[in-house]
Ligand binder design. Structure first.
Ligand code: PMP
Ligand code: GLU
Length: 411
């Protein structure tokens, strides 16, 4: 080999070493929920009969009155960049919504509209955390929380909760998890994946703990606010002693069945809203202008207009709970909200079904996909290894069939 060729091959080798994702991306986990959904799409494309109970997205369409508002926005040529934090009318509508539905006093200049609640959460982690700062997250948690914290070079401190306590963190647990390094407490209510919602008393107890730790910002993820079957939804920012340190995150994906429209928002202390706006100005700029116009109509409307969906979800919850309780290997709570059940499936561990050894929830999820044609998400992705998340955002017929198949595959 000539000297020139040798030089070329050395350069090629060096390039191959360099052309790899950054460490930041190499160490980032893929979203397990989206990965399972992609796997299901591939199975269906191959002609397999799979009932998809993996992804958390309503199977309804967006309400017609919101679709009409989007059409009017297209015809009205809302074609251009908007202010980074969102149209002023939308921020005013969100401030009004927070007051009307949640009794919260965020001003429009404390509101930032983003490309989904997921971006709101990413903006927050990147705007709050310095390298090494801790973020306390009760487990089971929504898959993206710890990853977003890690992306911001923070350290997720997960606190395991128990089925006996309905997968909710207690004031004592929160107190012992908080340290001088904690900057963030991040939770959802109603929660993904457990479906549990915190009561006013439980939130009051958490607020009393947070009041003693003024360095901590609490992020209350309330995207399932309207899918709540029992008591009135409660917001952590209601508690006056910590209100100036609570961020409330919400969005249109779940309540209005508009996951693909990508509109999320936050109400935050002004300094933090400004920081998130600065960051978003460099990342994505404004959220989609047409979807923002439609969001004004959605949020100005009386929430009663979407009430029929909650009633449908309640029927489905009751149906899946009745069916899940027929499966001996599942130990299941009656959820307060959202559209998931999260049974403890540890009774299956160590068993073999049709020759498949089940060591953990991941094995069970794959077994159910292979042998029952039902897609679920293993609890490991939510930080609770004994659980299995089953979404009931599917038709009653699909749910009946899915549970019949799972029972057959497991009993
Ligand atoms: N928070 C929770 C708890 C969720 O389940 C979801 C669903 N993907 C999100 C945030 C993000 O919602 P989106 O980005 O679609 O607004
Ligand atoms: N939040 C939904 C879920 O948990 C959507 C998927 C995602 O964004 O992770 O399935």
């Amino acid at each position: 080999m000539g000297r020139q060729n040798l030089g070329y091959f050395c350069a090629l080798f060096a390039a191959q070493m360099i052309h790899q994702p950054s460490k930041r991306i190499a160490t980032l986990s893929e979203s397990a929920t989206l990965a399972m959904a992609a796997r299901v799409r591939a199975c269906i494309a191959q002609g397999r009969d799979v009932i998809d109970l993996s992804l958390g997205e309503p199977d309804f369409s967006a309400p017609q009155f919101i679709a009409e508002a989007a059409k009017a926005a297209i015809d009205g040529h809302f074609d251009h960049y908007t202010p980074v934090a969102g149209y002023p009318e939308l921020r005013a509508a969100i401030a009004h919504k927070f007051k009307r539905d949640n009794g919260l006093a965020y001003e429009p200049d404390q509101i930032v509209v983003s490309t989904g609640a997921k971006q709101s959460l990413a903006n927050l982690c990147l705007s709050i955390l310095n390298p090494g700062d801790e973020a306390v997250i009760p487990a089971p948690y929504w898959v993206s929380y710890p990853e977003l914290v890690r992306l911001a070079e923070g350290v997720p401190v997960t606190v395991p909760t128990t089925l006996e306590n309905r997968f909710k963190i207690t004031a004592e647990q929160l107190e012992s998890a908080l340290s001088g390094r904690t900057r963030l407490f991040l939770f959802s209510s109603p929660a993904n994946p457990s479906g549990s919602a915190y009561t006013e008393r439980e939130l009051a107890a958490l607020a009393a703990v947070l009041a003693r730790h003024p360095q901590v910002i609490a992020v209350s993820d309330e995207v399932y606010e309207h899918i709540h079957y029992g008591n009135v939804h409660q917001s952590l920012a209601r508690f006056a002693q910590i209100a100036d340190r609570v961020v409330t995150v919400n969005g249109l994906s779940k309540a209005f069945a508009m996951t693909g429209w990508r509109i999320g928002y936050m109400g935050a202390p002004k300094w933090l809203a400004d920081a998130c706006t600065k960051l978003q100005g460099q990342l994505t700029a404004n959220a989609n202008a047409i979807a923002q116009r439609a969001a004004i109509t959605a949020l100005e409307a009386d929430p009663k207009k979407i009430r029929y969906r909650v009633d449908a979800f309640r029927r489905r919850r009751d149906l899946v709970i009745a069916q899940a309780r027929e499966i001996k290997a599942f130990q299941t709570l009656l959820p307060d909200g959202a559209f998931y059940i999260f049974p403890d499936v540890s009774k299956c561990f160590g068993k073999a079904y049709r020759g498949t050894q089940i060591g953990r929830a991941w094995d069970l999820s794959l077994y159910l996909l292979e042998h029952a044609g039902v897609a679920t998400v293993a609890g490991e992705a939510f930080g609770t290894a004994n659980g299995l998340r089953i979404s009931y955002a599917a038709s009653e017929a699909a749910l009946r069939e899915a549970f019949k198949r799972m029972k057959h595959a497991l009993d």
